[in-house]
Ligand binder design. Sequence first.
Ligand code: AN7
Length: 392
Amino acid sequence: MSPSRPSARPSPPRPAFHDRRGGPAPRPSPLLKPWRGVIETYRPYLPVSSKTPVITLLEGNTPLIPSRVLSRRVGGRAEVYLKYEGMNPTGSFKDRGMTVAISKAVEAKSVAVLCASTGNTSASASAYAARAGVRSIVLIPSGAIALGKLSQALIHGARVVAVEANFDACLALAKSLAQLHPITLVNSINPHRIEGQKTCAFEICDALGRAPDINITPVGNAGNITAQWKGYREYYDRGRIRRLPLMAGFQAEGAAPLVKGKIITHPRTIATAIRIGHPASWQGALAASEESHGFIRAVSDRQILQAYRLLAAEEGVFVEPASAAAVAGLLALAESGYFTQRVRSRHRGGPLIVCILTGHGLKDPERAIKSIRVPRPLPPALSTIAKAIGLK
Ligand code: AN7
């Protein structure tokens, strides 16, 4: 076959959106392979067929950022990476599951979707529902979700119901409503959510060329740790990785049912995303930690806020407090000597560690403002401004 014949060349991947006005579609640069979202990228691993309409905001493909500061804190020859899930289209990992859940809901001819949420699920559900042209209804615990997330649900046109109860009560109500009415529940008890969210593990393995030794994630309703473990196991079963990671989950101390082994009726933590006392994927989280020889532990709000500030101030990565729980957990493990006592003997070289940073810092601007000293306004005089900066 002559290489000069254009028809002999493999055609480039079709862009996700076609120019319907005619004319040639833009030609992607050969240097930049267009990303097509998690469904197209991992289609053989997902419950979709040629009949499934793909509702996507091109989620996934989030940065895996090496962290010098955390690698040094862990010590030895450890390598710590941050999987910055806050870079998804609506600012959290929920988009991975939502693209699958909403696509399947549309395939099933559903006209409305429903969720209970501590904020991020509602932001994601309402955005994907808007794109699909279906109605979204969200039940949120009144006064207990971060402002950024509430504004997302509202601007995407969700019917937002603020319930005078916590998340666990909202989820119970949502389940009952979905049983009584023809509405699709898109909380993570919907298995399509877990299917989509497992792609986070795929991306980590694809980027590293292997699984990490330790995968650290914050735990609330426990869908995400369940999904990540499923993803690693599927890559292992299909021979894409040769070893499985140890799964470490961290809950907030005042909302740690999995650590305490009982439902927490009044969960408390500043990390509102994970203020959950009765996680839906309880069994999934336990299986992930047990099968991987891992664990689920708790960190205090103080530890969470320290990690939150450290990530922002020393690594340039702004996350919401719930995400900082993963890093707080890593730091607590490092301080307790965990890596020198346990891990070094198991891994030659240093351990390869990935922390899942589940949500963007801009979700909860009020927390950032509370965590720092807000500048006092000054008159626009050069000498005053220079003095305030500390310049002579
Ligand atoms: C930033 O949005 O449960 O253990 O309703 O938003 O899978 O629940 C959010 C959870 C971690 C915990 N980090 O994940 C909701 C919701 C952030 C989150 C979690 C959440 P899961």
